[in-house]
Design a protein around this ligand. Structure first.
Ligand code: M6R
Length: 363
C-alpha cells in the first residue's frame, strides 16, 4: 500500500520523521533525555570497532565513524563485506564487530559475520528484519525500527541506521567517561531534534524538485562533502545512479584538486553538501575552484551558508539550520529527493530499478 504516494520510495521518504522518532525514542530518551535502553554493549570493554556492511548500509557505517571517533574517541574501521570476508583481517576479544543490514540477509555481510564469530569480542548486528539470518547469528541484534522498506533504494532504513548508530555513539561516549552532564545533555538534545529537522527538510521538496528537473538533463553529476557529509556525498551519488541511471560520483571536498577537478566543465553539475559548520569556509573555497572552471554548483546549505557562500552558484537548496554532529541525518533527505525527482523526471522505474534486487542473497 503506497498510502496515496506514486511510489513506495516517496512514501518511505515521507515516513522518516515518524520512524526516526520511534527509533530515537527506543534508543535514547526518557523524560530527562537520557538513554533508556541498556543495549547490552559495553563500549568500555573494546579498543576498536570494526563495522561491515554493503551499499547504503556501509555508508551509514562510514557516517557513524565520524561520531564514534569524535564523540566516543574509539577507533572505527569500516569495510564493505565483500572485501572484508576474504581479507582475513585479524580480530581479538577487544574488537567489537558491528554488522549493519536492512534485510539481514545480504550474503556477503552474513559471510563476514560468520568469519568474526568466535574471533571478535562481540558480534552485534543492526537490522530492520529481526527474524533474519544476520540477526539470528549475532550475539546481539538491535532493530532500526524503520518498518517494511519496499523500494529498492534504501531511504528510511538508511536514516534509521544513522539514528541507531548515533545513539550508540553517545552511549559509547558515556560508558567511556567522555561526556560531562552538559555535553551529554546537549548532544542528546541535538539527537532528539533530528525528526523535526527531517520534517523541515521534507518541506523543501519543491526546491529539490526544481533542481532535479535540471539535473535530469545531464549525464554526470559529482557530489562533494566534508566530515560526516563526505560519506553522505557517496550516498547521494549511489542513490542518483541507482534510480535515475545518471553517472554520479561522490568525493571528499578536499580531494577535488587531487584528480576529479580535471572533469569539471559546464556539463557536470556538482552538488555540494555543506551546512554552515566549522568546515564551511574550506568547502566554499572548493566550490570557488569549481566555478572558476565553469562548473555548475548545486549548493545545499542553510540560510546563513547560502548567504555567505552562495555567490555565483547555479542552484540553491535551503536546509534548516542544524547545529552539531548529527546534521548528516537530515541532509540525507534532500539527496534522497534529488534522486527521486530526477528519476521521476526521467521516467525510470523508481521502486524497481533495472538490474537491482532489494536483498542481495547471492555473492
Ligand atoms: O539489506 P542490506 O542493508 O544488507 O542491503 C545492502 C545493500 O544491498 C543496499 O543498501 C543497497 O545498496 C541499496 N539498494 C541502496 O539503496
Amino acid at each position: 500500500d503506497k498510502a496515496g504516494h506514486r511510489h513506495f520510495m516517496s512514501k518511505e521518504i515521507a515516513e522518516q520523521p515518524d520512524v526516526l522518532a520511534n527509533a530515537l525514542k527506543y534508543y535514547t530518551t526518557d523524560r530527562e533525555g537520557r538513554h533508556l535502553l541498556e543495549t547490552g554493549v559495553d563500549f568500555s570493554q573494546f579498543d576498536r570497532i570494526v563495522m561491515v556492511a554493503c551499499g547504503t548500509a556501509s555508508l551509514a557505517c562510514f557516517v557513524s565513524k565520524y561520531w564514534f571517533e569524535q564523540i566516543a574517541r574509539i577507533p572505527v574501521e569500516i569495510d564493505i563485506a565483500s572485501e572484508f570476508r576474504y581479507r582475513e583481517p585479524p580480530l581479538n576479544d577487544r574488537t567489537l564487530t558491528l554488522f549493519v543490514s536492512q534485510s539481514g540477509e545480504t550474503a556477503d555481510t552474513l559471510a563476514a559475520l560468520r568469519y568474526c564469530t568466535g574471533q571478535a569480542g562481540k558480534v552485534v548486528s543492526i537490522v530492520n528484519a529481526m527474524e533474519s539470518s544476520i540477526a539470528r547469528e549475532s550475539d546481539l541484534a538491535l532493530p532500526i525500527l524503520a518498518g517494511p522498506e519496499i523500494g529498492v533504494a534504501s531511504t528510511k532504513a538508511f536514516t534509521c541506521q544513522l539514528a541507531v548508530l548515533a545513539s550508540l555513539s553517545l552511549q559509547a561516549a558515556r560508558q567511556r567517561g567522555l561526556l560531562d552532564e552538559a555535553g551529554d545533555r546537549e548532544l542528546t538534545d541535538q539527537l532528539r531534534r533530528v525528526p523535526g529537522q527531517v520534517t523541515e527538510a521534507l518541506a523543501i521538496a519543491p526546491q529539490v524538485q526544481a533542481v532535479s528537473a535540471q539535473l535530469a538533463r545531464y549525464e554526470d553529476v559529482l557530489f562533494l562533502g566534508r566530515g560526516a557529509l563526505y560519506p553522505l556525498a557517496l550516498e547521494g551519488a549511489l542513490k542518483l545512479k541507482e534510480i535515475s541511471y545518471i553517472h554520479a560520483e561522490g568525493y571528499a571536498s578536499g580531494e577535488l584538486k587531487h584528480g576529479p577537478i580535471a572533469l569539471i566543465d559546464e556539463e557536470m553539475p556538482v552538488v555540494v553538501l555543506t551546512p554552515h559548520d566549522a568546515m564551511f569556509d574550506k568547502t566554499v573555497s572548493n566550490m570557488q575552484e569549481v566555478m572558476a572552471r565553469g562548473g555548475k554548483i548545486v549548493m545545499v546549505s542553510d540560510a546563513r551558508g547560502l548567504k555567505d557562500g552562495g555567490d555565483g552558484v547555479w542552484q540553491m537548496i535551503e536546509m534548516p539550520k542544524i547545529d552539531g554532529p548529527f546534521a548528516a541525518i537530515a541532509y540525507a533527505v534532500p539527496i534522497q529527493q534529488l534522486a527521486y525527482f530526477t528519476a521521476v523526471e526521467k521516467g525510470t522505474d523508481v521502486d524497481q530499478p533495472r538490474n537491482l534486487a532489494k536483498s542481495v542473497t547471492v555473492e
